[in-house]
Each structure stands twice: as C-alpha cells, then as structure tokens.
Design a binder for this molecule. Structure first.
Ligand SMILES: Nc1ncnc2c1ncn2[C@@H]1O[C@H](COP(=O)(O)OP(=O)(O)OP(=O)(O)O)[C@@H](O)[C@H]1O
Length: 460
C-alpha cells in the first residue's frame, strides 16, 4: 500500500481515481487545487509522508509544473507525475526539467496508470534508500542508475554517426564536455557512453539532476557538508564531487544551478579542490565533468543567468544531440528497440506495429524525443494483447491531433497560410539559435506577437 497525493480539480475523475487506486490497496488523499495541496503537504497528517504526487496539469489556481518547481526549490523531492491532455504534451515534456518523474496522457488508461505508479514507487523507494544512506557513495539527489536499461543503440542516420564519432573522439581525453539537446534526446546516455569509453571507465559515474535540487541543497549535494553547517545538517555528508573521485560527474540541467554554486563549481574545476560547506579543509578531487543542458548556455550567459567563465571552462568540447525528428531512419531502429524492451518488461509478445501506427509515428514530430517514443510504445505494448499493435492502443488524442495536422488541403487557404507561417517561424528561430528578440526582428513582428504565435503553433 502506498500513500498518494492526488491533485485534480475534476471531482468526478478524482473520485474515480481514488476508488480505483483504493481497490488496488493505495491510500489516496485528494485535493482540488494547489492551495489545498500546499495545506495538506504542510500539515502532513497522513500516515507517513506521501510517496507519490499525482498532479493534473491545469489546476484552478495555476499549473502543476510551476507548483512542482516551487516544491523542488523548497527541497521536496517526492516522486511526481503529471496528468495531461495530449494537447499539452509539449508542456508535459518540460515537466521532466522541473523534476517530474513522468507524465501520463488523459484520458487515463487504468493499466497505464498502475504501470506509471509502480515505476514512480520504485523511484521513490530508491530515493528513500539513497537519502537514508550516509555512505560516501550515497546517491542523494543524484539520478539513480538502478532501474535504467544500460543497453543503448547508436542509430544509422548521418547525424547519429557524427554524434558517436564525436563521442569516441572526446571520450579518451580528459576534456570537460557540454552536451546540448532537447529534452529526452538521450543526453545522459551520451554522457554514460563517454564515461564507458574513457580511461575512467572503472571509476564511478555519478549523475546529478540539477533541475530537481533546491539552491540550498545544490551546494551541499555537490561539495558535501559538515555536521551543523546549516539547519538540517545532522551529520557530515560527502558530496558527489568526492563520490565521483577517479570517475565522471554528470551534471544534468546545469543551467539550473544558482550563481553562488556556479562560482564554487568553477573553483573546483580550476583548482581540482573542493571545500565542504561548513568546513575549512580543502579536499583534492580528480573528476571529469560532463554537463548537459537543453538551453543555449551562451544566451543564458549573455543574459547574466550563467557565468561566462564557467561556460568556457565547461565548453572544452560541445556535443549536440539531435532531436528524434531529425534522425530519419533511426526512428524505425528505436521503435524496434523500445518494442523489444517493453515486451520484456511487461511480459508481452508484440511483434510489429500496424501500418497506421507506423504512419502516425513517421509523421509525428516527437517533441519529447526518445523518452516520448519510449513512453508511447510502452503504452502501446501494455495495451496490446495481440502480436500486432494497432492504432487503438495509441492515445486517442494523438490520432486526433495527427488528423488535424493533415487537414490543410490545396483549397484551405487559411490553413496553408498558417502552415507556412509556422515553418517560417521555426526556420528563423533555428537560424538565430532561439534568440526571440532577433527572431522577432527578422520576421518583422514584435516580441509579443512572436510569443503568441510560438504558443499557437506549439513551437518549442
Ligand atoms: N541511444 C539510446 N538507446 C536506447 N535508449 C535510449 C538512447 N538514448 C536515450 N534512450 C532512452 O531515452 C530516454 C531519455 O534518455 P535520457 O534520459 O538520456 O535523455 P536526456 O536528454 O538526458 O533527457 P533530459 O533532457 O530530460 O535530461 C531514456 O528512457 C533512455 O533510456
């Protein structure tokens, strides 16, 4: 039995979920707004802490991503997943950067819900194990490796070949690397590949998700602390820099680190020395750093959000991981890989996907990249009892959205105009590396109009 917090403003759906989960042995506390959820979390009068937060995306007093961001910044690290309509999928994708564990599309399929919940509970217990361990290799705040399938595939497209050529080129050196790419493109996989092909392969690979750390926690997580250094520092703690000694430290979503921590990080990189919080003792460390980001750190440093000196120190080598929609023939290779993986995990025997499903997959632009493909296939396999997975196991709204996208016909002038407008905006944004001011200027519209159109056309 698990203790779950459900935040959902649709009362009928909320009751349905509560009953359904109750029948499966879980205890659910349901709230209908962020305010109410905050009160419940503050009181914490349930039997023990919540193990999983299930959050509807749109709530009457805000959206659950902002809510989650606040919770994370306050140090709450309970596993959370977002429930969202397919229309909001792009937002759900960014949920991953706010430290959500996963997302699930509405209407929620019961079997899928139980599967995601099971995975969230696994994650929650791993987190708990890590939090209660005070050993030097404690993975507190770090991304755990345990549940991840280490098997990976490279793909055959030109972009993939180039990607892995760079990986093999930089791996044996001790250079710091920045891995840039959209959410879910496989940046962590690339980082692990570099580690495995490096001279440090026998040393530890420690991954930290900077997106899910509060500003206060980040410094102690990276550099460790002495007992009593701050409220809550009940014992000495070794930071992840030390845990990664002799190996590789992977900092995911590095753009989320606060300015103070950035200064400390720069010093650690330059001098190869760290000082735990509350200590005066310097500790020598031998760590290779790999950082990942899905934003353009040059722009962030121009805006003053990211220190330029740190950027240059990290950027000894940069690797761009291409989005799935640009990886051409790789799509079918990844489909096969994820189908095999899902068959194994879910004890199914799906041999192939129907022609309609493949057509949709080929046309869809996969904003959540490999993670989204993996999720959609997992759902497809879970719901397919036959050897051929058909369109019926796809989220209904995915099919609707694809049908809508197909609509612009030669005679539908408005739709054609909109398609052209969308393509033009995407092209210009890419040209100016997503600098919106520059893009607005080139397109001869004001920034506000550009933002409106980006939202309207769901441009990333
Ligand atoms: N080359 C690969 N082969 C097989 N699976 C992969 C590969 N790359 C990524 N994946 C799978 O895709 C998902 C996303 O990968 P990963 O976490 O590495 O992406 P990411 O870019 O680091 O994501 P984020 O931006 O959210 O940090 C994971 O489930 C991972 O197992």
């Amino acid at each position: 039995m698990a203790n779950l917090l459900l935040v959902e403003d649709d009362n009928t759906f909320s009751k349905l979920l509560t009953n359904f989960l109750g029948k499966h042995g879980h205890q659910v506390k349901a709230c209908s707004s962020i305010r109410e959820a905050r009160e419940v979390l503050a009181k914490n009068d349930t039997d023990g802490p919540f193990e999983v937060l299930m959050l509807d995306y749109r709530l009457p007093d805000g959206n659950s991503l902002d809510f989650l961001k606040t919770l994370r910044s306050e140090g709450n690290r309970t596993a959370a997943f977002i429930m969202t309509s397919f229309h909001d999928i792009r937002t759900a994708v960014s949920a991953m950067q706010t430290g959500a564990f996963d997302y699930i599309t509405k209407p929620v399929n019961p079997e899928e819900l139980l599967m995601v919940l099971r995975e969230a509970l696994n994650k929650s217990s791993e987190q708990h194990d890590a939090d209660t361990k005070a050993s030097p290799k404690s993975k507190t705040g770090s991304k755990s490796d345990k549940s991840q399938n280490l098997e990976y595939i490279e793909g055959k497209s030109k972009l993939s070949k180039q990607l892995y050529e760079y990986v093999r080129l930089v791996a044996p050196t001790d250079m710091s690397v920045i891995i840039q790419g959209e959410s879910g493109t496989g940046k962590e996989h690339v980082a692990k590949s570099i580690h495995r092909l490096s001279k440090r392969a026998n040393g530890p690979f420690v991954a930290i998700d900077c997106g899910s750390l509060s500003k206060e926690l980040a410094a102690s997580e990276l550099f460790g602390h002495k007992k009593g250094a701050f409220t809550g520092a009940l014992q000495d703690k070794i930071g992840q820099f030390e845990a990664a000694d002799g190996g590789t430290l992977f900092l995911d979503e590095i753009g989320n680190l606060g300015y103070d921590v950035q200064i400390k990080l720069l010093r650690a990189l330059q001098e190869r020395i760290i000082v735990p919080i509350g200590s005066t003792q310097q500790v020598k460390v031998d760590v290779r750093l790999i950082a990942a980001t899905n934003e353009d750190l040059i722009t962030s440093s121009a805006n003053g959000d990211f220190r330029e000196d740190l950027y240059h120190r990290l950027n000894e080598f940069k690797i761009e991981v291409p989005p799935l929609r640009r990886r051409g023939e790789d799509l079918s290779i990844f489909i096969q890989h994820f189908v095999n993986k899902a068959n194994e995990e879910l004890d199914r025997n799906v041999k192939e996907l129907s022609r309609e499903v493949l057509e949709i997959f080929n046309r869809y632009d996969w904003p959540g990249n490999l993670r989204e493909l993996n999720n959609v296939i997992k759902r497809l396999v879970l719901l397919s009892k036959e050897e051929v997975a058909t369109i019926h196991a796809l989220p209904a709204e995915m099919i609707t959205v694809m049908e809508e996208q197909q609509k612009p016909s030669g005679s539908d002038l408005k739709a054609l105009q909109e398609t052209h407008e969308k393509e033009m905006i995407e092209k210009v944004l890419q040209e100016v590396r997503y600098n919106k001011s520059k893009a607005a200027k080139l397109l001869n519209i004001d920034r506000k109009t550009l933002y409106y159109k980006i939202e309207k056309y769901h441009i990333e």
